[in-house]
Write a protein that binds this ligand. Structure first.
Ligand SMILES: [Zn+2]
Length: 261
């Protein structure tokens, strides 16, 4: 999958990977090298799983990024809502920008909040129009869910780059619909599970953050009051752990793929 990730324009690292130079191959190694090429070609075959599609940034693809700088992208789904503005106040006061995957049918209800959100440097993503599970829905319905949200955002001058399908559920039709709207599917690498009202701080020491420090694309929900209330202290803890806060686009564009030695 890594090979496909690097092949996609969005995955092209701006900074060079510090991979070591390969030593000259002795003649017997050529056979193994050829086998590796065949293996990579087999893995890239379209018959394999959706996660290998270059138009999808799934949890693994995202976890393989952000290593060198401990990049942390705070993402908030399901808004805009009654608590979104309070969250914006917190992000502003902390000097942190987030990424909001919004539900299209709610956008016109909070147009002013959306304008402020963008004006303060936050990013907006598409979370469908009615927050429905896209997987196994008719292709035309999927495209409608995505396109209607983009139309609502366009009224505010917002053009989202990423689609986050509700519940992380998608299929090939979702990939096609996103591509038709010039979008990439982007999931997350760290799930706060705030919708279960879990202790958000419990996720901090988990090994899933990687070998060195805390990093990743964090999934939160800005319509959960408990999430918003916990956010100031959570941002402080993440900063202490070494997080460099970025938007989703910045995370993808600047982090580059992990070098595997
Ligand atoms: Zn959602």
């Amino acid at each position: 999958m890594l090979a496909q990730i690097t092949a996609h324009p969005l995955h092209a690292p701006r900074t060079q990977c510090r991979c070591r130079a390969l030593p000259a191959r002795p003649a017997p190694a050529r056979f193994l090298f050829f086998l590796c090429i065949l293996l990579v070609a087999a893995l890239l075959h379209p018959a394999h799983t959706l996660a290998r599609d270059p138009a999808v940034l799934d949890g693994l693809a995202l976890a393989q990024r952000g290593v060198s700088a401990n990049l942390c992208a705070l993402t908030f789904d399901d808004g805009p809502g009654q608590t979104t503005e309070a969250l914006l106040n917190i992000l502003r006061d902390k000097g942190v920008r987030g990424t909001f995957f919004v539900v299209g049918s709610r956008v016109h209800l909070y147009a002013d909040v959306m304008k402020r959100l963008v004006a303060e440097g936050n990013e907006v993503g598409n979370h469908t129009f009615t927050h429905t599970s896209l997987r196994q829905r008719a292709p035309v319905e999927q495209l409608s869910e995505i396109a209607r949200t983009n139309e609502e955002l366009a009224k505010l001058g917002i053009v989202p780059r990423y689609l986050r399908p509700p519940y992380g559920r998608y299929d090939n039709a979702t990939i096609d619909a996103a591509a038709a709207q010039s979008m990439t599917i982007a999931l997350w690498s760290v799930d706060s599970r705030d919708w279960r009202k879990h202790d958000l701080f419990a996720m901090l020491p988990r090994k899933s953050f990687g070998v060195r420090g805390v990093r990743g694309v964090f999934l939160f929900h800005d319509n959960h009051r408990e999430t918003v209330e916990a956010m100031p202290a959570l941002i402080d803890r993440l900063a202490e752990a070494g997080c460099t806060f970025v938007t989703m686009s910045e995370y993808v564009e600047t982090s580059g793929p992990l070098c595997l030695h």
